[in-house]
Design a protein around this ligand. Sequence first.
Ligand code: C2O
Ligand code: CU
Length: 462
Amino acid sequence: MRWLLLVLVACKPIEIDDKKRVDDDTAVTTPTPSPTTPSTPEGHPEFSNPDEATDLDADPDVLHVALTAAAHTHSIGGEQIAGYAYNGQTPGPTLRMKIGDTLIVDLQNDLDVETTIHWHGVAAPYDMDGVTWQMAPVAAGDSFTYQFEIHEAGTFWYHPHFDTESQVDLGLYGVLIVEDPAEPSADEELIMVFDAWDEVSDHTDEAADHHGLDPARVAWTVNGGLLPIYEGTGGTTARVRVLNVSNTGYLDLPPMRQIGEDQGLLPAAIDDERAVLGPGDRVEFEWLIEDSWTLQASPYSVNGGEAWGDDFDLLEIEVASTDSATPVSWPFSGDRPSIDPGHTDIVYVFTGESGGEGWMINAEIFPDVTVEELPLGAEAIVEIRNLSPAEHPFHMHGHHFEVLSLGGEIPAFKRITDTVNLPIGQALRIRLVADNPGDWMTHCHILPHAHQGMMTVLRVLE
Ligand code: C2O
Ligand code: CU
């Protein structure tokens, strides 16, 4: 709900709960109906990757960047929308590094509210993870330096974890790419950050939980642009990294060749498989740039059943020549999934409903939650059951995990991830190695659900 900002600029989030220090999503927000209708964009912007951050350090093994969070006016299809941005760009600067590098980020908070940065998908050290009980939020006008090494390759993203629902919604997010130098490269790498803007609608906050349902009421942007045009060179290949940073919208993409997801390359390509990205989720495709086409998404129902509405356009691919391209030989490992040992160490049951008692994990509403504990180094089998009438993207901080099965189905290949969508009535079984000590946030990444209580804490003992 982009219109929240009208309210948010005027009134500050209420204080976080100091007794518990576990309440990071506390802004009281009231949606305001939009007084305007969208203007039709005149022409389409040219597609480009988000600008990359400038490395302030000459050391090739260190990426040192400066990020300033400040108020920003987003210009979406001719509409001016007040919000926030990092370094004045939507999305924020892409941070690109390689496995084993040190990331140093000097965050300057020029907002008039507190903020933090969370490194979504990265197993960051506890005090760098950006959750308010793990580090003090950075006060308005203050700065903070994040510094840690990253030892995993993948397509990650960064966003605040203070008043998350509104700060992400207002535009604070950017891409973090960790490359594995052993991998071959495609001719081109395309980064596509998808966000949904519903400033054109006048529905209530509750209805906004499901705005992925109704393409007529939201506009999806790619890197901040409405239906951009990508001018491709015929006969080339592209590694396409796709991120869904929207608060609530699901992105249902047509069948394409999938080569990676949250944590880098897959063990094998999955050809012609539809990709459904819940909020926070990522996928990688290989595109052979051979002819012109339009990337479309389908409306998606998070409440089960058929979604209504028509497919809608996201990106135009324009290619002048029709030369054929040769696929890259990606170093797929072929790794098979681990065998499910059959026992369960932790169970998370997702329940709730819109307008009811709220969205809950194990019938508890955050921050009043039971903290599950694991000894350091333990291998744990966690079962997440979705008994609610809606889908939820399950996300865990500090760790990635292996999917053992989803809805009883064992993946064809080993699947390491950090965000997985939970279909209604199904169970997800995961295996994780508790190797990062701390009290880690575990939550639904539909941010209004998290805000309403669908979060819990997993403690990994020292
Ligand atoms: Cu994208 Cu708790 O995070
Ligand atoms: Cu949810």
